[in-house]
Design a protein around this ligand. Structure first.
Ligand SMILES: *Cc1c(COP(=O)(O)O)cnc(C)c1O
Length: 372
């Protein structure tokens, strides 16, 4: 079955009792069981598992080509659940360019429990080879990455990491399983912030891990989620399931808009650099062409005249809204350095753009008037 069809039908079987085509939203926190805890349909208490979350997990595992999935309250809860499964003394390799929350976990939280994390340029397999140690338990990948849209070669890096006995996890938030399937390229675990393209409407928080194998790691993280309580709420699972149905249609429009916008911006003298792997000149273009079906709708630009020019440009935009997050219907712009706290890592002249579902001509007209 082609992915478009799978997105419409995964986890969408009619309700067994009523025939309802829209999935039932089970808000129950507790489920009747027998006097000795005998379960009727496998459920006991919402923190351990619930039918609406199960439906979403089944769908997501099918979409990523995995054996099992676990949904979480947020993308950060999903990342944390995986990293908390690393034992003290373990070594984590993570990308130099990555989601800011992962960097905080790696530099602030993981060292507190004896996990050593090292940032590495994952676009350079030789650098990764040199950084792998006998203690390296996990190689974390994010491609394309936030906010510079760097692309790394998942298959090559997975082979390297596996030769060292390390697990490979890949944040697939920007691409979604429609555009890229890290498990098929050799990753062991895929992570999503479903808050972004899956939800698609800037109104629902969530995250997920998808496992290539339903193995001990999956069981350990399911147990951890049950006890620490970072489950997805039924309503969020329901909204995210609904988002799946239209994701291929939305993503096709997002990607086509992003191409128009990226090509327009690349021709502007005030813009020094456009980071978008769909451009032939982008350093990630060749690898992205191999491992992605399309290039996504996140891009970033670096203005020639520095921070002030970037802020001035962002302040003049009218169709784009200055806001964080991404993957919704509306186009967003964000000066990342301004929101990264006291030690920003993003270049001061960089703006990140989430290209939405407006008409590309209106987006380009807005960018043109802000540049003029
Ligand atoms: C948003 C995001 C996250 C964190 O997800 P939340 O749902 O906000 O917790 C992680 N990785 C990437 C690439 C993201 O864009």
């Amino acid at each position: 079955m082609r992915p478009e069809t799978l997105f419409v039908h995964a986890g969408a079987e009619p309700d067994a009792q009523t025939g309802a085509l829209a999935p039932p939203l089970h808000l129950a926190t507790t489920f009747a069981h027998g006097p000795a805890g005998e379960r009727r349909a496998g459920y006991e208490y919402i923190r351990e598992g619930n039918p609406t979350q199960d439906r979403f997990e089944t769908a997501l595992a099918a979409l990523e080509g995995g054996d099992a999935a676990l949904a979480f309250a947020s993308g950060m809860a999903a990342i944390t659940a995986l990293l908390d499964a690393l034992p003290p003394g373990a070594h984590l390799l993570y990308p130099q360019d990555c989601y800011a929350g992962l960097r905080v976990l790696a530099t602030e939280f993981l060292p507190q429990r004896g996990v050593v994390a090292t940032a590495v340029d994952v676009t350079d397999p030789e650098a990764v080879r040199a950084a792998l140690t006998p203690q390296t338990h996990c190689l974390w990948l994010e491609t394309p990455s936030n906010p510079r849209l760097r692309v790394c070669d998942i298959a090559a890096l997975a082979a390297l990491a596996h030769a060292h006995g390390a697990l490979v996890a890949c944040d697939n938030t920007f691409a979604t399983p429609l555009l890229q399937q890290p498990l098929a390229l050799g990753a062991d675990v895929v992570m999503h912030s479903t808050t972004k393209y899956f939800g698609g409407h800037s109104d629902v928080l969530g995250g997920a891990l998808v496992f290539a194998r339903r193995d001990e790691l999956h069981a350990a993280i399911a147990h951890r989620r049950h006890i620490t309580g970072s489950v997805m709420s039924p309503f969020n699972a329901w909204l995210t399931l609904r988002g799946l149905r239209s994701l291929p249609a939305r993503m096709a429009w997002h990607c086509a808009n992003a191409r128009r916008v990226a090509e327009f911006l690349a021709a502007q003298p005030k813009i020094e650099r456009v980071n978008w792997p769909g451009l032939a000149a982008d350093p990630g273009h060749a690898v992205a062409t191999r491992q992605m079906r399309d290039f996504g709708a996140m891009l970033s630009i670096e203005l020639r005249d520095g921070r002030d020019a970037a802020l001035d440009f962002a302040s003049r935009l009218k169709v784009f809204t200055n806001a964080t997050s991404l993957g919704g219907c509306e186009s967003l712009v964000e000066h990342r350095a301004s929101v990264e706290g006291s030690q920003p890592v993003s270049p001061q002249n960089l703006l990140r753009l989430s290209i939405g579902l407006e008409h590309a001509d209106d987006l380009i007209a807005d960018l043109a008037q802000a540049l003029a």
